[in-house]
Design a protein around this ligand. Structure first.
Ligand code: ACO
Length: 159
């Protein structure tokens, strides 16, 4: 059966090409990894091709050093008709031991599209544990807050 895999973790090493002049991983590289993990998670849940509609709440907590093992964990925390809200945590650490620290956290909203590029339905994710119910409720609260931010951002958009 395709789809319905709620979470996944990408694991790889931070390479020299990912690093800025200060010896730490570029924020843009971290954002690319987040987008890749969000896509893989959304495709795994929906069994469909997905596109990024929104990325927000990104917080760079700690830097990542070259040679670190990086783990990008992604999980579905809310589903709408065609959208999947994905919570992502990036952790890193020395590959010679199992200790990892949180480097980045954010929420990405992916939307499933059909072969014509039209948005299409995704399977509903129903939270069961108290922790998952809280994550779902938080995703709903964030949707309301985003509407207000969107209205405020209108002043900064020139078409
Ligand atoms: C592979 C890639 O990652 S592509 C690279 C980056 N991404 C892109 O280029 C995407 C560009 N954007 C788009 O194509 C369009 O804005 C789309 C397809 C994401 C949404 O198009 P819309 O006309 O708004 O579609 P529609 O009104 O059907 O909304 C679809 C869903 O997206 C959600 N959505 C749309 N825009 C946003 C947004 N800015 N923030 C959060 N959610 C959004 C809607 O709430 C809706 O969710 P639901 O179906 O679960 O209720």
């Amino acid at each position: 059966m395709s789809g319905k895999e709620r979470q996944l973790t990408l694991r790889f090493l931070a390479e020299p090409a990912d690093v800025n002049f200060g010896g730490k991983v570029h924020g843009g590289a971290v954002m690319k990894w987040i987008d890749l993990a969000a896509y893989a998670c959304a495709a795994g849940w929906s069994g469909k091709y997905c596109i990024t509609a929104y990325a927000g709440g990104i917080r760079f907590v700690k830097p990542i050093h070259v040679g670190s093992i990086v783990e990008v964990a992604a999980k579905v925390i809310y589903t709408g008709r065609s959208s999947m809200h994905i919570a992502l945590d990036v952790r890193a650490g020395d590959p010679k031991n199992t200790k990892r620290y949180l480097t980045t956290h954010c929420i990405v909203i992916m939307v499933a599209v059909d072969d014509q590029g039209q948005t299409t339905d995704v399977p509903e994710w129903v939270p069961e544990t108290p922790e998952d119910i809280e994550l779902r409720d938080s995703a709903i609260r964030l949707m309301d807050m985003r509407k207000k931010i969107g209205e405020e951002m209108e002043a900064h958009i020139q078409s």
